[in-house]
Ligand binder design. Structure first.
Ligand code: SF4
Length: 379
């Protein structure tokens, strides 16, 4: 999609979306006419598939993010629709047809997408930032471990796996729900937290069904070290043959005492061996590092050992090291444990400083570094 910030008054037809600009307000829509993004007065609004609206703007050099109430969302939908409608007289042919599809979505009807979404999906907690425009297919729900002290993504939800028939129905329902919005999405993401922890016997039918419903799209998924390294090389080879293109690993840190303190199983050495297996097969690897985890107490060792671990892995320039600014959940076991031990958290500014230091060091290894801010997740 085009950048929305500087477009002049215009109506632009993209292969999978349409963009309208008028007087500094810019709105983009999918080919079914549903709003994607809206920009006005320095604020960018993104509509998620459940019609929640996520806003982002800079105020005094600081990044602000917030989620709109349903009433505020209706206001955004109406404002965006009006920008599109202002092009009605000039729109001809294909442009007119697309515009009519957009006008078919009253704000109330668009808000109603949240019900359709909830009929197709269970809540989707998180995705890697380079996969926000993916097609999520929930082969499992929850996380096999669910006990990392800092993580509340799947709290209160037990881990369950769909049988092949249920999964197949789910994939077809997702296709129906997305409609032409699927044209914007080039790959598939097997969710939830640890779908690849399943056995090969369960995963192969899932991948087959996924690719039957959405042919030709590569598949990605999350996996944690403790689940990933239990699988043999043949497992990963078979998944690659079935369409798996890459995995995202919640590394968090290369410092084992910190990993243990976070109550996350696995170790630096296990991670290195696991990544070697994946890279030997030519799979993409995205490693997620939590910058600021463990606060001031672990700061130096976290940096040193994470860099040491990255150095030991045969990563290629296509792989990505995601640097995620640590966000402490006030109700988490992490917070309680940190306070009980008198460990000082890093301030937001200090975490930003650490992010820059990590990014520079990662790039110094010839690797790609990217920011992964879980507060900006939108699907
Ligand atoms: S393994 Fe990942 S998803 Fe599961 S609890 Fe830990 S951080 Fe959360």
């Amino acid at each position: 999609m085009a950048s929305v910030a500087r477009a002049p008054d215009a109506l632009t037809l993209y292969p999978a979306s349409t963009l309208f600009a008028r007087d500094g307000r810019v709105a983009s829509f999918d080919l079914d006419g549903r709003l994607l993004t809206y920009f006005e007065s320095g604020t960018l609004y993104k509509r998620a598939l459940d019609s929640s609206v996520h806003a982002r703007r800079r105020v005094g050099g600081r990044r602000e993010r917030f989620v709109l109430s349903p009433e505020e969302a209706l206001w955004v939908f109406a404002r965006a629709r009006a920008v599109a409608e202002s092009h009605y007289r000039a729109a001809r042919g294909e442009a007119r047809a697309r515009l009519l599809a957009i006008l078919g979505w009253t704000p109330e009807r668009l808000l109603g997408e949240r019900e359709r979404f909830s009929q197709v999906y269970k809540p989707i907690a998180i995705l890697p930032p380079d996969r926000y425009f993916t097609i999520v297919l929930q082969a499992t729900e929850g996380c096999t471990w669910n006990r990392c002290t800092f993580c509340s993504f799947y709290s209160g939800r037990s881990f369950t796996a769909k049988d092949p028939e249920t999964f197949s129905r789910h994939a077809r329902a997702v296709r129906g729900f997305l409609g032409k919005n699927a044209l914007l999405r080039r790959d598939l993401f097997l969710a939830d937290g640890n779908a690849l922890a399943l056995s090969l016997g369960k995963l192969l039918p899932v991948l087959e069904a996924a690719r039957e419903v959405f042919p030709g799209r590569p598949v990605y998924s999350f996996i944690d070290v403790y689940s990933g390294e239990r699988h043999q090389e043949e497992f990963w080879h078979a998944l690659k043959e079935a369409g798996l293109k890459g995995v995202y690993v919640g590394m968090e840190t290369g410092h084992d005492p910190l990993l243990a303190w976070l109550n996350k199983p696995g170790s630096r050495d296990e991670l290195v061996v696991f990544v070697r297996t994946l890279k030997a097969l030519g799979l993409f690897v995205g490693l997620i590092v939590m910058v600021g985890a463990g606060g001031a107490y672990y700061r130096a060792a976290h940096f040193r050992d994470t860099l040491g671990a990255l150095r030991a892995m045969p990563l290629s320039p296509h792989d990505i090291v995601f640097l995620s600014p640590f966000v402490e959940d006030p109700g988490s076991v992490y917070r309680a444990r940190r306070e009980a031990m008198g460990i000082a958290p890093l301030s937001e500014a200090a975490i930003e400083g650490e992010l820059r230091r990590f990014a520079q060091a990662v790039r110094g290894l010839g690797l790609r570094a990217a920011r992964y801010d879980i507060r900006e997740f939108v699907y």
